[in-house]
Design a protein around this ligand. Structure first.
Ligand SMILES: Nc1ncnc2c1ncn2[C@@H]1O[C@H](COP(=O)(O)OP(=O)(O)O)[C@@H](O)[C@H]1O
Ligand SMILES: [Mg+2]
Length: 522
């Protein structure tokens, strides 16, 4: 913060204090609810005629407060139908409506709406209505009309694109339909497109800016968790991150294969597993337990689907109940649990909830990167589909760098276990090797093409480096081959190789096996 804005802030506070001295009780109450007096300049709506106001800011910046205050203003301005969309039903109630910065908290008693829980709506004293929706049920938005909308935490919406599209389609009542979207960003297609859209006003801000209004424990907890991490740039500074060059997953591979709510409903799955990577301890500070539900479809060229991410902070009793619940909800074929330090504890805890579930323990005998790589390769082949947006899992996938981050995050681990179980360790990796072999062979064939002919002006284009021509597939193939199948057998006779070998980069053989049979026969 520059020196001049500190002075500006202090001057505002001094002015306020002087004004407070002179006020009556009623005037004090009015002031308490006068957002324009409290808002920092970046929290006030841009004054041009935007269709959508996108507030992209760090956790605790005051995004929800801005949204609620905007709704309150719209109602005062005479809008009759200002609807809400939250990520989930819990968020709708606990944050947007009843939260500390939600609509009931920001409205003075005479403006405050009545919350009709069962009707999923707010009824305002002046007769206006707010319908309450969640992005988890985008079909409920179908055919609904809005004059104005408040959408909170759109980066965390599961069916973000579906819900957003439905909402925009219904935004056609009144003369000046408007939307406010308040969110911590993620590099999703929806967020990127909104930022580029010239009808969208974008406001940005950081967690640090609202420090004075945040509970010290909340503030220090999120700062401790995120400061100086890559994800902190997103969660605290609201940067829309580009791909992490060292990560195994790329956002584009996740975006391109993402399926919509309608596509999801048509899925026919042949096998479903619930994978669980339990946290060792359970208290407020402890790690999350990764719980991922994944399925595969029928057919030779199997595709895989991440159906649900139920990860969170759980007690052992809590994660066992959740896993068993999901097993039945999805009619899963198996629960797969990672056994790390807990020994048989995972199986015992789960069996205690339901002795009849099909259960398999998996052991992390290979390094994390070695386990994660083939799974990330499945994503790279566009054979893994996320059902809607699974924001926190995706954060972990696209940010984790196996070379620099020792601990892999829990949701990522559970995702890897689920897909490893489905792809079948051997069948799946074999398939991947085949795939890479095909791409790599094509790439090598390409390097054999003749050098480019000089152009008419006599300038010969610089020859491409072999590195550039033999791209990632070949390297990935070789790396995987080195890790998975020891190259110790002759590709021609199958017998062990000695120290004298011939190789083309893919296969190795005894030099004598290359000779025509009559040359070696005696
Ligand atoms: N300008 C402000 N003046 C006073 N309190 C504020 C201001 N902006 C935000 N707050 C308060 O800060 C807290 C966090 O705001 P909230 O909107 O919940 O953050 P976010 O949604 O960005 O995580 C809430 O109690 C909110 O009322
Ligand atoms: Mg909020």
């Amino acid at each position: 913060m520059g020196g001049s804005s500190v002075i500006e802030q202090l001057r505002r506070e001094k002015d306020l204090r002087q004004r407070l001295e002179t006020l009556s009780d009623e005037e004090l109450l009015n002031l308490a609810y006068d957002w324009k007096s409290w808002a920092r300049p970046t929290q006030l709506a841009p004054t041009w005629d935007w269709a959508t106001w996108l507030v992209l800011a760090g956790r605790g910046f005051g995004k929800t407060r801005i949204g609620a205050e905007q709704v309150r203003q719209w109602i005062k301005d005479g809008y009759n139908r200002v609807n809400f969309i939250a990520a989930t039903a819990d968020d709708l109630r606990d944050i947007m409506v009843e939260g500390e910065s939600g609509i009931l908290a920001v409205c003075p008693p005479d403006e405050r709406p009545t919350y009709r829980v069962s009707k999923r709506r707010l009824e305002w004293p002046n007769g206006a209505i707010s319908l309450l929706f969640t992005a988890a049920e985008p079909e409920r938005l179908r055919g609904k009309q809005h004059e104005a909308l408040w959408a909170d935490e759109i980066a965390a919406w599961q069916y973000a694109q579906d819900a957003w599209d439905q909402a925009m389609f219904g935004l056609r009542l009144g003369r000046n339909p408007r939307t406010i979207a308040t969110t911590t960003p993620k590099p999703t297609k929806l967020i990127r497109e909104l930022i580029k859209d010239p009808t969208v006003a974008v406001t940005k801000g950081t967690t640090y800016e609202n420090k004075t209004n945040l509970a010290p424990t909340f503030y220090s907890k999120i700062i401790k968790k995120y400061e100086n991490t890559r994800l902190g740039r997103q969660e605290l500074n609201a940067e829309v991150l580009d791909d992490n060059p060292g990560a195994l997953w790329k956002m584009a591979d996740i975006e391109e294969t993402r399926i919509t709510h309608d596509e999801f409903k048509k899925l026919e799955l042949s096998r479903i597993v619930v994978a669980i990577d339990p946290a060792v301890t359970s208290n407020e500070e402890s790690d999350e337990t990764g719980i991922i539900v994944a399925g595969q479809d029928f057919g030779d060229n199997t595709h895989y689907y991440i159906l649900e991410d139920a990860s969170g902070i759980y007690t052992p009793d809590g994660w066992a109940s959740k896993a068993v619940l999901l097993y039945h909800k999805w009619e899963a074929d198996r629960i797969v649990g990672e056994v790390n330090n807990g020994g048989d504890m995972v199986e015992t805890t789960i069996r205690h909830k339901d002795p009849n579930v099909s259960y398999k323990s998996v052991h992390a005998s290979r390094g994390k990167a070695v386990r994660a790589e083939p799974v990330s390769a499945l994503y790279e082949q566009h054979r893994v589909h996320h059902v809607g947006t699974l924001g926190t899992l995706e954060d972990q996938l696209i940010n984790w760098n196996p070379k620099t981050d020792d601990d892999s995050p829990d949701r990522l681990d559970a995702d890897v276990w689920a897909l490893t179980e489905l792809a079948g360790e051997w069948e799946g990796w074999e398939g991947l090797l085949k795939h890479y072999r095909g791409v790599a062979t094509a790439a090598v064939e390409d390097t054999k093409k003749p050098e480019p002919v000089p152009k008419a002006d006599g300038v010969r284009p610089a020859p491409e480096s072999v590195e550039a021509k033999v791209p990632k597939p070949l390297r990935a193939y070789n790396e995987m081959l080195a890790k998975l199948t020891p190259i110790d057998a002759c590709s021609k006779c199958g017998k062990p190789l000695g120290s004298n070998v011939s190789t083309d980069g893919f296969n190795s053989w005894h030099p004598e096996c290359d000779k025509p049979s009559w040359a070696t026969a005696d």
